[in-house]
Design a protein around this ligand. Structure first.
Ligand SMILES: NCCCNCCCCCS
Ligand SMILES: [Zn+2]
Length: 344
């Protein structure tokens, strides 16, 4: 299986994440890329290829122009205000303050465009996000033109990024951008399957009223887990999109047996919907030792996940999302990919 990767994804080197009331070293660290790459090579998964540059048009097919411009200028503007730390949102529109008018001040715009305070913006963030979406586009183009599976070693991840919102370590929704690219190049319907521990709120929001993307997500129940405010089973899509959004919220402590039951149901729905491509939001933070997640999948379980995905018989593009047990991220990611190829 081909891997798309560029070191440009490591330009984002944030030093701070607000976690439990203190500023910690971000869980979503550049070293994640090195460790996945190490295992891609060690497992002889296949060639590692630099992505092509696709520019901003595919991004603007998904994200709002004002949002993209905000991301492009935020760090420099933050610094021009004389701020010492990294750009972190600290005030938001709320239930009692809906914020219909976009503020002029950066702090107001930061709250408008930020989902959560866990994601700092620093030097190199915009550049890394561009590299990550180029990886996703290169991977999906390969699957479309060859029918072969491809792996996009994306970083930063994307599934929490909505039309005009960043957070959960995500800026551009790589999976949504890839799915839209496939639709713009002739496909009628694409499935996006999100197996990251956290609900893909951004991907859901982007496609919620559409029937050309079937979005399915297995994740920690939002009653107990980030992102807390989206991801319930009752959210089934609306308008033309009704029935094309499927959430599988599962309780903390879920093991593979229960999780795989939801996966099998999701695979059945993908089969029934006549999807022509599968984009997998491949987060491996459902792993039992993940520091910020609460499922109990083992490394061997990830091999079985890959095997079951292969059973669909669809062209499949895997895009890295989360996974914060850094030591094991490489094993877990490659196990899915090797399992898919029947090599494990
Ligand atoms: N403070 C603990 C983590 C907060 N961040 C939410 C998790 C984002 C996962 C992205 S896959
Ligand atoms: Zn996650």
């Amino acid at each position: 299986m081909l891997t798309f990767h560029t070191a440009a994804t490591q330009q984002r080197r944030a030093r701070t994440e607000l976690d439990g009331g203190v500023l910690v070293t971000p869980y979503e660290c550049p070293e994640r890329v090195d460790l996945v790459l190490e295992h891609v090579h060690a497992s002889r998964l296949g060639e590692v290829r630099e992505p092509d540059a696709f520019g901003l048009a595919p991004v603007l097919a998904i994200h709002d122009r004002g949002y993209v411009d905000f991301l492009a200028g935020c760090w420099d503007e933050w610094r021009s205000l004389g701020r010492q730390g990294e750009a972190i949102a600290w005030i938001w529109p709320t239930r009692t303050m809906p914020g219909e008018i976009l503020p002029d001040h950066l702090d107001g715009r930061l709250g408008h465009y930020a989902l959560s305070a866990d994601t700092s913006i620093c030097e190199g963030t915009f550049e890394a996000a561009q590299a990550s979406k180029d990886i996703a586009l290169s991977a999906v183009r390969h699957s479309l033109t060859t029918g072969e599976p491809a792996f996009g070693l994306c970083r930063p991840p994307g599934h929490h990024a909505a039309t005009d919102q960043f957070g959960g370590y995500c800026f551009f929704n790589n999976a949504a951008i890839a799915a839209q690219y496939a639709l713009d190049h002739g496909l009628g319907r694409v499935a996006v399957l999100d197996i990251d521990f956290h609900h893909g709120n951004g991907t859901q929001q982007i496609f919620y009223e559409r029937d050309d993307v079937l979005f399915l997500s297995l994740h920690g129940d939002p009653r107990q887990c980030f992102p807390y405010f989206l991801g319930h089973a009752e959210e089934i899509g609306c308008g033309k999109g009704e029935g094309f959004n499927v959430n599988y919220p599962l309780p903390p402590g879920t093991d593979f047996a229960a999780w795989a039951g939801a996966l099998d149901d999701a695979l059945e729905r993908i089969r029934a919907a006549g999807c022509e491509l599968l984009v997998v939001s491949l987060g491996v933070d459902a792993f039992e030792n993940d520091p910020i997640s609460e499922f109990k999948l083992t490394s061997d379980d990830f091999t079985e996940v890959g095997r079951r995905l292969a059973g669909l018989g669809l062209p499949t593009t895997f895009l890295l999302e989360g996974g914060y047990a850094v030591e094991e991220i490489g094993i877990n990611v490659v196990n899915v990919l090797s399992g898919f190829e029947g090599r494990a």
